[in-house]
Write a protein that binds this ligand. Structure first.
Ligand code: ASP
Length: 439
């Protein structure tokens, strides 16, 4: 058994947290490759080291004195080193960083130092090899991740390395400069290493015990999701459920390597297993519920529209020309509705309406704003009769008016549109019917 273990910022925010991480890694021989984030928040009002680095670099670029800010960053690391009692000094590293900030080496370089230094501490603490991500993670000329080159070089390097720490979040450009992934990108590094090392499991350690069936800000103590497929996760992430970087599943998806989300602060909790497919029956008919507010709908009505060839294309062209992406498009015989993000639409509203008039000469156009979309997601829905019946009776009992319904063709999700002010009530009703009453 071989595992990659990635630890998020809050798991590495202090010496105390490092000790928990050390215990987790040492508890299993299989935890051979470690991907750390930069130190995160120690308490809710704290600042992540990555943000401190961005701010410090901004000061350097504006040619102001950044010494105090850099010292504060070094102090964060020193606190960890002292707390762990390590014979390690980062003075020389900070001299180099200071020089490079003066030379304005780049924002990505600055941010990457967060994981780089944490990686050095982690490798010293564990007695593992340190592999700088610049030597094994590559981007192409356009700044896109170069999966092939990375996998070639990284897999060879890991073949000869029994145990190593590889810092997350960054890699190098063809000219040797440093580039980072988007925020939260250490999740991606973990996935890339998991593929290159062909591990059995990619463990992603964070500060929650996996994904929850619903948002804990809306539902009190929601139940955790034990197993979820990549596809279900995509649906839920799109609707706002965040634990893992959205792109983290791509490198390992075709490799069939599962991701196990675990809680550093409660390692005995089962966590969530993310898999390609599973014959494990979900405990409930649904796997999760997620939603987003702030949508608007445009309903276009025209008699005989369904026999007018190219009608939809002409309407959609108007949205494309205005750079507005479409979320859903339910239709009737003489009507079609387009759902879009309200903020995206607001600025271009009149242009879009005029465009639709010119394109298809409708009988009427109706606008509705302040809508929310809720996705009810679950691989279990396919084989169960009456899921939509239960959804709508639950919403009716909760006095929620359903404005729109869309069942994905994969039968993996049902999306309902409700008014923003019914959003929380609707999620509570859905959670109650599927989880609390367990049908
Ligand atoms: N440290 C980076 C961030 O705060 C990357 C990561 O933690 O994954 O976004």
């Amino acid at each position: 058994m071989k595992k990659v273990v990635k630890f998020g910022g809050s798991s590495l925010a202090s010496a105390e947290q490092f000790k928990k991480v050390g215990n987790i890694i040492r508890a299993e021989e299989s935890r051979r490759y470690v991907v750390p984030s930069a130190p995160g928040k120690r308490f809710s009002a704290d600042t992540k080291v990555t943000d401190m680095l961005y701010q410090c670099y901004e000061t350097a670029v504006s040619e102001k004195d950044f010494k105090a800010q850099l010292d504060a960053i070094q102090a964060r690391y020193q606190e960890i080193i002292d707390g762990l009692g390590l014979p390690l000094s980062l003075d020389a590293e900070f001299d180099v960083i200071c020089e490079n900030f003066k030379k304005k080496t780049g924002e990505d370089y600055a941010a990457s130092r967060g994981e780089y230094l944490n990686g050095i501490i982690m490798a010293t603490y564990l007695g593992y090899d340190f592999i700088d991500a610049t030597d094994v993670i590559f981007f192409d000329e356009e700044g896109n991740f170069d999966a092939e080159k990375t996998n070639d070089i990284l897999s060879k390097r890991l073949e000869n390395t029994e145990r190593a720490v590889i810092p997350g979040f960054y890699g190098s450009m063809p000219d040797g400069t440093i580039k980072t992934f988007s925020r939260g990108g250490s999740d991606l590094t973990g996935s890339i290493v998991a593929k290159a090392a062909q591990v059995d499991v990619y463990e992603n350690w964070t500060d929650v015990s996996g994904f929850l069936i619903a948002d804990p800000r809306i539902i009190q103590n929601p139940k955790p999701i034990e197993a979820i497929t990549y596809k279900e996760l995509r649906e839920l992430s799109y609707m706002g459920a965040t634990v893992l970087h959205e792109d983290a599943i791509f490198p390992i998806r075709e490799e069939g390597i599962p991701i196990h989300i675990k809680n550093t602060n409660a390692p005995e909790d089962a966590g969530t297993l993310i898999v390609e497919a599973t014959c494990r029956h979900p405990k409930y008919t649904i796997t999760g519920i997620a939603g987003k507010q702030g949508f608007a709908s445009i309903t276009i009505e025209k008699a005989m529209m369904n026999s007018e060839i190219g009608f939809c294309r002409k309407v959609l062209q108007v949205f494309e020309d205005n750079g507005i992406s479409i979320e859903h498009m339910p239709s009737g015989i003489d009507t079609m509705t387009v759902l879009i993000h309200q903020t995206e639409f607001e600025e271009k509203e009149q242009k879009v309406l005029a465009g639709i008039h010119q394109a298809v000469n409708p009988d009427s156009i109706e606008l509705e704003s302040d809508l929310a979309l809720i996705a009810i997601v679950g691989r279990g829905m396919r084989s169960k009769r009456g899921t939509s019946g239960r959804i709508f009776s639950a919403l009716a009992h909760a006095h929620v008016n359903v404005k729109m319904i869309d069942q994905g063709s994969s039968e993996l999700n049902i999306v309902v549109g409700v008014r923003n002010h019914d959003f929380e009530n609707a999620i509570q009703a859905l959670y109650d019917i599927f989880v609390n009453t367990r049908i």
